[in-house]
Design a protein around this ligand. Sequence first.
Ligand SMILES: Nc1ncnc2c1ncn2[C@@H]1O[C@H](COP(=O)(O)OP(=O)(O)OP(=O)(O)O)[C@@H](O)[C@H]1O
Length: 371
Amino acid sequence: MVYVSPNAGHPRLLPSPARFLVLLNPRGGTGKAFSLFETHVMPMLTEANAHFTLLVTERPNQARELVRERDLSAWDAIVVMSGDGLMFEVINGLMERPDWATTIKKPLSILPGGSGNALAASINHYSGHQQVTGTKLLTNCAFILCKGHPVPLDIVSLTTSSQQRIFSFLSLAWGFISDVDIESEKYRFMGYARFSVGTFVRLTALRTYRGRLSYLPAISSSEKSSSADRTETRVLEDSLVVPLDQPVPSHWHTVEDQFVLVLALYQSHLGAEHFTAPMVKGPGEGNIHLFYANSRISRTSLIKLFIAMEKGTHLDQEIAHLIHVPVVAFRIEPSESTGIMTVDGEVIECSPIQGQIHRGLGHVLSLGPQL
Ligand SMILES: Nc1ncnc2c1ncn2[C@@H]1O[C@H](COP(=O)(O)OP(=O)(O)OP(=O)(O)O)[C@@H](O)[C@H]1O
């Protein structure tokens, strides 16, 4: 097998035998990642004749520091066995390197070891597998690790009002979804059921958040930021947005409202059983799927939404006051700083934030087509 250098366009195959750096969070999900790796992943890696270095994280940000500082040339791919939080660390650590433009091309792979496992569920879907959870999802993802090929992965570059730069591969949530995600942390012992319990609790005491949402629709944007024509610069440039302290360009759309939820999602799944963006067929399509609902949405509609979302049929049901629009850039300006905002499931300060997609900036192992 031939390994085409990441600098020479899209890599096609990993070398054989492949060498993996496996970063495993022993505290992810219900805390069984290490034993699941031994029982379900190691035998498959041995069978595939793959070499791996296993690093069990001891604290938050250790993986981020490691990928930021270490020479990674000894490995063909970085494998994350955890939830989406550890992948968030890895992508941000890679983007903090002086050689980010080449290192972010190193193939990544996800093995579900968290409670949400949205990226694992999305890659499983793009690879043509049925929606499954638990050890079935883990086995599918271990198979994708052994047999998959690198395909482009979209990354959204976010800038906060304090000028912090955040790189996101999955989602930005404000309102109902981030409230459920974070407030259900206390039910972590339940595994995935924590999200159903959290949704029920939040529905009984629905909150709304005032703010302004602006976006650049994908349809009107001829300018899709692609990694193919990018030259190496000191920092990744966001050509579609203007500084946060300036008004958005006049061709953007703006909605000022009392929101129940705002979600920007760039993969098919928001969780292993949340098939939220069924129109997404691959990790590098180049669209941000913006979903929002204002305070006129009823509790019944929200229940209908979350039930239908499990199978991805919610958009066929015309749920009143739920809007979906594919965009390439957006800005969220909350009127107050009291809500919860999350990026890839990690809490960030609730303040004005904007972002734009960088199509295929990274790479992820998949069995699906290069979308
Ligand atoms: N050894 C560790 N002890 C405690 N926290 C850790 C450790 N290693 C990593 N972390 C942190 O744990 C956080 C949660 O991890 P992660 O998101 O991967 O799992 P999860 O929350 O169970 O899954 P999901 O995001 O899918 O719900 C991450 O922000 C990461 O920084």
